[in-house]
Ligand binder design. Sequence first.
Ligand SMILES: *[C@@H]1O[C@H](CO)[C@@H](O)[C@H](O)[C@H]1NC(C)=O
Ligand SMILES: *[C@@H]1O[C@H](CO)[C@@H](O)[C@H](O)[C@H]1NC(C)=O
Length: 350
Amino acid sequence: MLYYMALLLLVLTATFSSPCIDEIVCTLGEGAFGKVVECIDHSNDGTRVALKIIKNLERYREAALSEVEVLEHLNSQDEFKKCSCVRMLDWFNYHGHICIVFELLGLSTFDFLKENGFLPFTVDQIRHMAYQICKAVLYVHQNKLTHTDLKPENILFVNSEYDMEYNAKMKRDERTLKNLDVKVVDFGNATYDHEHHTSVVSTRHYRAPEVILELGWNQSCDVWSLGCILIEYYLGLTLFQTHDSKEHLAMMERVLGPIPGHMLQKTRKRRFVHHDRLDWDEHSASGRYVRKHCKPLKQYMSAKSSDHDQLFDLIQKMMEFDPSKRMTLEEAIRHPFFDPLKERKNERWA
Ligand SMILES: *[C@@H]1O[C@H](CO)[C@@H](O)[C@H](O)[C@H]1NC(C)=O
Ligand SMILES: *[C@@H]1O[C@H](CO)[C@@H](O)[C@H](O)[C@H]1NC(C)=O
């Protein structure tokens, strides 16, 4: 711990013109909250760790302390260390900067996609990743928490080493990961059932319809986000590419069919509604944009096979408009899409 503090002094006082400081610290990422740096823990056999350093501002400090509480809870319950939620190793308050020490992981699934030219993951890769994410988030839900900010940026590969191969047909280099294990990170916005639920949560593209309509939300909003993540892995691109809530709802209708009337009747966001339907003009500029950029869900399938069918069946059930009818993660992990993983396991233990 003293060691981290000394390092921190270095980090906080150093200028960040160079990404690496003294060969022992690299910036892994930066955000509104502060930054994450990689450190070598000499007090622990040179183990490499990720240190999240939060800005000395009340609102970020509060979110960080809430993240610490959630991680202490999740990590302590997780006796067998099997859960694919990131592990917190330590934390401390350094002159108002909350600092959280995490196990070091690899690139986020978003950064990997980006560095790989947005080449989609294969269905087999998605199956492996999706199963781990579903199990991790189910564990979060079982602990009376909702993550609220699931997105490809918050799913990290445990190790993002890859093999590079030249794809002659596409005329480009392609990266193939050696290991597809992933973990869920960023519990700064995770909310307990008994806590105040802010009206709007999630990063826009992964935001559930009930959140946009301000109808209240719970664990099921994470399941919607997961559906958006899985299709993004399949396409390599974000499904709902928009910055406007009404356009977002129109995109959802284009992909998934009409929003149930009872949801539109209940919303206090009256500007979205006209005669119990989404107030939308298909022939406006925005209407044409939506028609051009989105299509009915099944039309995104790039191959007709039972694997692809199963994946799309899972995604469709995760992207059910009505949160009371949406699949739960308990149901998701029993979906036939994941059967091949279980068969393989059974063979090994047979
Ligand atoms: C998460 O919490 C932080 C700090 O309270 C806040 O600034 C941010 O907007 C929240 N993020 C989302 C996606 O709601
Ligand atoms: C979440 O909300 C929906 C409808 O609002 C409800 O049907 C469902 O049971 C709730 N789920 C949990 C885990 O409380």
